[in-house]
Design a protein around this ligand. Structure first.
Ligand code: UDP
Length: 243
């Protein structure tokens, strides 16, 4: 069956549920097909609209996943349908589960040194068979290719990159040109959460689709990011009128 895609602003989002997306990606891993995954929210969709370079980069991704309730609601405004929000962190942990059960190689790149050290410690306890072939903190200048070349040599099945957008995606695009295999996915602040340095919103907030509000309240410096949300809704409405 053909997968469904929905164009919101300029990005073509895969309009499937988490389980379907996960199966698609894991199948590509089993076939050694290299795969670039972007998990995008309203802020990133706005960023792509305002930055043509980033938009061109995003078009090279195999899957753009709706990691934000804004994107799901945006689809509704356009009379389209995305079944659910698929948080990057959940996609990542589900992939780790698959890697753990199927002897796949995993590499982690990003976050502060103490954060990634702690995350690896936590993951080793949680996934006792996980084959972590390496990891490196994210405070490395990516014009120096040493980490990239090191990772390419290891040929991991999954590479998770936590350096924030657009830094992580720019690096992934560069590596994808040379990689023979592997899933490459930018996961933003996920290492901070898995390591326990940052708390995810409790279930109650998530169920009400208010994870974003919880994040603003627990870290008011982030409020600037959410200014993109009303701009995003206005742009989606403009696109709706045009069509
Ligand atoms: N980061 C990094 N290198 C950098 C800048 C940021 O490794 O040069 C890390 C940072 O420590 C954090 C993550 O990138 O772990 C970005 O998290 P943020 O919450 O800003 O990203 P978002 O989820 O909003 O994309």
């Amino acid at each position: 069956m053909k997968n469904k895609y929905v164009k919101i602003l300029d990005l073509s989002f895969i309009a499937e549920d988490k389980k379907t997306i996960l199966d698609l990606i894991n199948k590509r891993v089993d076939n050694n097909e290299k795969t670039f995954v972007i998990t995008a929210n309203a802020e990133i969709a706005m960023y792509a609209r305002e930055n043509k370079d980033y938009l061109e980069l995003a078009k090279t991704a195999h899957y753009i996943v709706a990691d934000g309730i804004g994107v799901v609601k945006g689809a509704k405004i356009l009379d389209e349908y995305i079944p659910e929000r698929v948080p990057g962190i959940e996609l990542m942990t589900d992939m780790l589960e698959y890697a753990n059960n199927n002897d796949k190689k995993v590499y982690f790149y990003g976050a502060k040194p103490e954060v990634i050290d702690k995350m690896v410690e936590v993951l080793k306890v949680k996934y006792s068979n996980l084959n972590i072939v390496g990891y490196h903190h994210g405070y490395h200048d990516d014009s120096d290719n040493s980490i990239m070349n090191y990772i390419l040599n290891l040929e991991p099945d999954y590479v998770f990159v936590a350096k924030g957008c657009p830094l992580q995606d720019k690096w992934i695009q560069k590596v994808m040109k040379k990689a023979n295999k592997g899933v490459f996915m930018g996961v933003g602040g996920s290492f901070d959460v898995i390591s326990g340095h940052v708390k995810r919103a409790p279930e109650f907030w998530r169920k009400l689709n208010l994870e974003w509000l919880y994040r603003v309240l627990s870290n008011p410096q982030r409020v600037g990011r959410y200014i993109a949300l009303p701009k995003f809704v206005l742009e989606v409405m403009k696109d709706r009128r045009k069509s």
